[in-house]
Design a protein around this ligand. Sequence first.
Ligand SMILES: [Fe+2]
Length: 479
Amino acid sequence: MTHAFPDSPDFSGHNAPSRIECDIYDLVVEGTVPAEINGSWFRSIPDPQYPPMLGDDTYLSGDGMVSVFRFENGHVDFRMRYVQTERWKNERRARRSLHGLYRNPYTDDPSVRGKGRGAANTTPIFHAGRVLAAKEDSRAWSVDPRTLDTVGEWDFAGRLRSQTMTAHPRMDPETGEMYFFGYEASGLASRDVAYCVANKDGELVREEWFQVPYCALMHDFAVTQEHAIFPVFPIVADLERIKAGGPHWAWDDSRDSFVGIMPRDGKVSQMRWYRAPRCSAFHFINAFTAGNTVHLDFSYANVPVFPFIRAATNMTVQPHEITGELTRWSFDLSKPGDTFERHALGASGDLPRIADRDSMKDYEVVYYGRFDPQVAMPMLTGPVGAGFNALTRLEVRSGRASTLAMENRTTLQEPVHIPSAQPGHEGYLAYVVDKHDENLSEVHIVHASHPERGALARVKIPLRLRSGVHGTWVSADRL
Ligand SMILES: [Fe+2]
């Protein structure tokens, strides 16, 4: 007997677990999918097999599901499979959840003490022919790019020392290298961070460790053609609290933020730390070096956007009290001291995407999701609570923005950018649309240059896709 999932925001409505592994050949398409879109769009979705052991949990604990939309000559096929992690296998064998609080092994069932807890639920990274389902608290799991069958935990052929790998590596479009890091590299709540580089063939060619000022939730980082950038915001881990069965993360409003910058091909001993105001950020849009200055673009908020982190800190914040914007922080490395310049880029939002070719260099356009209270009332979906109801294209130099408002009672998930082979063509954006009344999902495709003109094609999915986290576009010639 499997008990019901809780009736809490992370497990009900559009967030109700799906647990469906499936193959659907030739999804129904309204409109026309441009024939030049040819490739695979991989996505990661947290989707718990079993109800939480302790009665409730965060969305972010869900077992990783990897799905793929395969586009070919106007047709779209779909496949979705669980990543068969050690955690997933142990729970399947026991036919129940064996894991307690988010990222707290001290609250687990004794039968899984010392066993892998990684859920592989955040990003399907594509590098050197591998799809790596990553979650930042553990190493990534390799899945077969065609079948999505689980290959196994990936430790770079035994070379990776870090116990963890970020779900946000940075790909150099010029060299094919993958830059990444692992925080809590030596274990729970440790200050050790591993800075790593894999060459274009997927071989780990560098791993150097350094210490951050305090153990923080380091969800993402940034790399330019010359520098690596490690921001640290005060969502903080504490080993004593974890050992006592408490939450892994809590907001610490006594701490400043820090940004570490080092030459990307240099030594970690060259890291220079800048002190920054207390704020919260999860995703960096892009970064680039111009002369002596490193520019870092991202979306920040005044408090953590995740309700479970605020709850761990007994913070009561009304939705309208969460403020933020897209911002650029510019660090002039020729100047002494630990201060820097800031200026606003645009309205707040998250899950930003740029064209892969623009990564690490000065660039023009970002696409991202926003919650716009002018558009509609919030609809519950995803780990933050309110789904995005607007898709914005922002030109970061001019500030010019265009926005597509979602239809009533629909929300959108993270967009992905699909390049075009046509000269001067900005490519396309694809994104999953949650249809809350029908309990179904669709994929919409728009021109990247003009999202406000609406969908060229609507790909019908005959089931509800739980809110995914991140996705990756892989053109057919790279697979
Ligand atoms: Fe992320």
